[in-house]
Design a protein around this ligand. Structure first.
Ligand code: SIN
Length: 349
C-alpha cells in the first residue's frame, strides 16, 4: 500500500467514524467494503499484484489508484499492494474468487488452471514486436474474445477490465543462448503454464514452475539455471545480479488480464461501475504508452550495472528457435486454446 493510500485510509476511517456517530452506518463491497453512512457509501477496492511499483504493472496500478479515487471523490478507496505483499502467485487466484481481494492483474499464465485458453498469450512468437499487440489482441479478434469474453473467468467471479503489458520476454541464464542447443540440460524457471513448459522442453531445456517472488533466490541458490522474463521484471527483482547473460530474444510476451471480482463490481452503484470501467480502460492505455520505455530503462540499468552481458538475437538465431516451436506448439494446444484462435494466429504468422 502506498503512503498516499495510508493517508486516504486514515481520512476514510475518520469520516466513517464521524458518519457512524451520526447513525446509519452500513457496509459496502463485501469483504472489501468499508462501513460508512449518510449519503455517501464508500467502497474499498484492494488491488494486489506481484511486481514492484516501478514496473509497467506497478506504475499503471498506482495511476489507476490515484485516478479512481479522484474521479469518485473518494467513494472508492483503492489500496494497492505490490510485490506480493498481500497475495502472491500461490494464493491470489483463490483470494479474488472469494472477494478477499477485489482486483488483480496476473499474467495470463497464472490463469492456466482456471481459464486454460488464456495460454494463448504464452504461445512463443505470438508477436514480433510490442507494436503488434493491440491488433492481435483487439477485442474483436479470436484472441481478444478469449481474453475479454472468457466464460471460465465469468464462471469464477471475475470480470475482465483490460489487458496490460509487461512486454516482450528475454532469456536470462549463466551462458550464451544463441541456439536451442545452448539450452540442453539446463533448467529454466517458467510461470505455471503448460504452453511454456512445452516451449522450453522443445528447445531442449527442462522447466520448473516457480512463484515470481521466489525466482531470485532460486537463481541465487542454483535451483534453476535461468528463466524468461521482461527486462522490467528481471531488473526490478534483481535477477540480473545473479545471471551472467541475457539473450534479447523477444520470443514471447507477458500480458496481464486485469480482473475485478464480479460480486464487488455488482455491489457498486451504476455510476461507480461506469467510472471504474472507464478508469480501467484509461489505465490500460497508460500502461501501453509506458511499457516500452520502462523496459528500455530497465535494460539500460542492467547494462550500467555491468553484471550481465546482453546479446541480441540475429534474425537467423531467432528463426532457428522459432522453427522448433511454430507451428508445432500451436498445434499441440489447438484443443486447449481453441481451434478458431489457432487458425487465426497461424493465418497471420
Ligand atoms: C508478473 O509480471 O506479474 C510476473 C511474471 C512472472 O511470474 O514471471
Amino acid at each position: 500500500m502506498t503512503s498516499r493510500s495510508l493517508r486516504t485510509l486514515a481520512i476514510v476511517a475518520v469520516g466513517a467514524l464521524t458518519l457512524a456517530g451520526c447513525g446509519g452506518a452500513r457496509g459496502g463491497g463485501g469483504d472489501g467494503g468499508d462501513a460508512t453512512g449518510g449519503d455517501g457509501e464508500t467502497f474499498t477496492l484492494k488491488f494486489s499484484h506481484v511486481t514492484t511499483d516501478s514496473t509497467p504493472k506497478g506504475t499503471a496500478a498506482l495511476w489507476f489508484e490515484e485516478e479512481l479515487e479522484k474521479r469518485t471523490d473518494g467513494r472508492i478507496d483503492v489500496e494497492v499492494y505490490s510485490n506480493s505483499s498481500l497475495y502472491g502467485d500461490k494464493d491470489e487466484m483463490q483470494a479474488i474468487q472469494q472477494n478477499s481481494v477485489q482486483m488483480l492483474a496476473p499474467a495470463s499464465a497464472k490463469f492456466t488452471t482456471v481459464a486454460p485458453a488464456l495460454q494463448v498469450l504464452d504461445l512463443p512468437f505470438l508477436f514480433d514486436t510490442p507494436d503488434d499487440i493491440p491488433s492481435v489482441a483487439a477485442p474483436d479478434t479470436e484472441v481478444g474474445k478469449a481474453i475479454f469474453a472468457n466464460p471460465d473467468l465469468e464462471a469464477k467471479n471475475m470480470k475482465v477490465l483490460g489487458l496490460w503489458d509487461s512486454g516482450m520476454k528475454q532469456i536470462h541464464s549463466n551462458n550464451l543462448t544463441q541456439s536451442p542447443a545452448d539450452m540442453e540440460g539446463k533448467k529454466y524457471r517458467i510461470q505455471p503454464s503448460d504452453v511454456l513448459k512445452s516451449q522450453i522442453e522443445a528447445w531442449g531445456g527442462s522447466a520448473e514452475a516457480i512463484a515470481f517472488a521466489e525466482v531470485y533466490s532460486a537463481l541465487q541458490q542454483g535451483v534453476i539455471d535461468g528463466g524468461e522474463n521482461t527486462y522490467s521484471n528481471i531488473e526490478s527483482q534483481k535477477m540480473h545480479t545473479v545471471q551472467s547473460n541475457i539473450a534479447e530474444s523477444n520470443h514471447g510476451y507477458i500480458g496481464y488480464i486485469l480482473v475485478v471480482n464480479t460480486e464487488f463490481f455488482n455491489s457498486l452503484p451504476a455510476d461507480l461501475q461506469e467510472i471504474l470501467i472507464e478508469t480501467a480502460e484509461e489505465a490500460s492505455t497508460y500502461n501501453r504508452d509506458n511499457v516500452v520505455g520502462l523496459n528500455q530503462e530497465s535494460k539500460e540499468t542492467i547494462e550500467a550495472e555491468g553484471t550481465t552481458e546482453i546479446n541480441v538475437w540475429t534474425d537467423e538465431e531467432r528463426q532457428a528457435f522459432k522453427d522448433v516451436v511454430v507451428p508445432s506448439i500451436y498445434e499441440q494446444y489447438r484443443d486447449v486454446i481453441g481451434p478458431e484462435i489457432i487458425d487465426e494466429l497461424l493465418a497471420n504468422q
